[in-house]
Design a protein around this ligand. Structure first.
Ligand code: ZN
Length: 58
């Protein structure tokens, strides 16, 4: 049941593009296994994009 551990903070870093190779693979694999996490990541990404837009940054 190794993959039942959700990346949490690592997922945030992943979405920010702050992870290095091996951790990116680990989070990506997790997202590949869990549809719910993938959807959550997509929503988080959308929220971040709109927040960034509101803040006037590119
Ligand atoms: Zn997860």
């Amino acid at each position: 049941m190794r993959w039942i551990r959700h990346p949490g903070r690592a997922l945030d870093a992943y979405l920010d593009g702050e992870l290095d190779g091996r951790d990116v693979d680990r989070v990506a694999a997790h997202l590949g296994h869990y549809l719910l996490c993938r959807q959550r990541a997509a929503i988080t990404l959308q929220i971040r994009r709109s927040l960034r837009t509101m803040a006037g940054r590119t």
